[in-house]
Design a protein around this ligand. Structure first.
Ligand code: HEC
Ligand code: HEC
Ligand code: HEC
Ligand code: HEC
Length: 126
C-alpha cells in the first residue's frame, strides 16, 4: 500500500516537472519579437523618421534582447523605450536614449571595421 502511494507520488512529481517544462518553453516562444522593421517616429519634430531594421539588429545582437531592451531580464518580454523614456521627469529623455543606444554601438562597431550609420542623414532619411 505504502509502495503504491509512494510511486504514485513519484509519478505525479515527474508529470508535474514535465508540465512545468512544457509551460516554460511555451512562455519563451510566446515572447513577442516586435516588427521586423520599425519606423521610429515617436518624437518626430524637426527630423525625418528613422527606418530601423529591428530583425537584422536582433540577429546582429545574437538575439540578446537586453543589448537594447536593458530594463528587462533576458527572456522577459521587452517593452518599448517610450514607455519609460518619454515620461515627464525621465532622467534620460527619449531622444538621448535612442541616440546613446544607437550611436554608441555604431561607433564601437565601426571601430571594428563595420559600416553602421553615424551621420544625421544616414538615419534621419528624408
Ligand atoms: C544611428 C541613428 C541616428 C543618428 C546617426 C542620428 N540620429 Fe537623431 N534620432 C535617432 C532616432 C532613432 C530618433 C528618434 C526618432 C523619433 O522618435 O522621431 C532620433 C531623434 C532625433 C531628434 C528628436 C526628434 C525630432 O524630430 O526633433 C533630433 C532633434 C535628432 N535626432 C537630431 C539628430 C542629429 C542633428 C543628428 C546628427 C548629428 C542625429 N540625430 C543623428 C537616430 C539617429
Ligand atoms: C539593436 C537594438 C535592439 C535589439 C537587439 C532588440 N530590439 Fe526590440 N526594439 C528596439 C527599438 C529601438 C524598438 C522601438 C521602441 C520604441 O519605439 O520605443 C524596439 C521595439 C520592440 C518591440 C515593440 C514594443 C512596443 O510595444 O512597441 C518588441 C516587442 C521588441 N522590440 C522585442 C524585442 C525582442 C524580443 C528582442 C530580442 C530577440 C529585441 N526586441 C531586440 C531595439 C532593439
Ligand atoms: C522600464 C523602463 C525602461 C525602459 C522600457 C527602457 N529604459 Fe532605458 N533607462 C531606464 C532607466 C530608469 C534608466 C536610468 C536613468 C537613471 O536613473 O539615471 C535608463 C537609462 C538608459 C540609457 C542611459 C544609459 C547610460 O549609460 O547613460 C539609455 C541609452 C537607455 N536607457 C536606452 C533605452 C532604450 C534604447 C530603450 C528601448 C529599447 C530603453 N532604454 C527602455 C528605464 C527604461
Ligand atoms: C548593438 C549594436 C547596435 C545597436 C544598439 C544599434 N545598431 Fe544599427 N547597426 C549595427 C550594425 C553592426 C550595423 C551594420 C553595419 C554593417 O553592415 O557594416 C547597423 C546598421 C544600421 C543601419 C543601416 C541599415 C541596416 O540595418 O543594415 C541603420 C539605419 C541602423 N543601424 C540604425 C540603428 C538605430 C536607429 C538604432 C537605435 C534605435 C541602432 N541602429 C542601434 C549595430 C547596432
Amino acid at each position: 500500500m505504502k509502495r503504491v502511494v509512494k510511486s504514485g507520488l513519484v509519478l505525479g512529481a515527474i508529470l508535474g516537472v514535465i508540465a512545468l517544462l512544457g509551460l516554460g518553453s511555451k512562455a519563451v516562444s510566446e515572447i513577442n519579437k516586435g516588427a521586423a522593421t520599425i519606423t521610429i517616429d515617436v518624437i518626430k519634430k524637426t527630423q525625418a523618421p528613422v527606418l530601423f531594421e529591428h530583425k537584422k539588429h536582433q540577429e546582429r545582437a545574437g538575439d540578446k534582447c537586453i543589448t537594447c531592451h536593458h530594463s528587462e531580464k533576458e527572456g522577459e518580454q521587452p517593452k518599448a523605450c517610450r514607455e519609460c523614456h518619454n515620461k515627464e521627469g525621465a532622467k534620460v529623455a527619449l531622444k538621448d536614449a535612442f541616440h546613446k543606444s544607437c550611436k554608441d554601438c555604431h561607433k564601437k562597431e565601426n571601430q571594428a571595421g563595420k559600416k553602421a550609420p553615424e551621420k544625421c542623414n544616414e538615419c534621419h532619411k528624408k
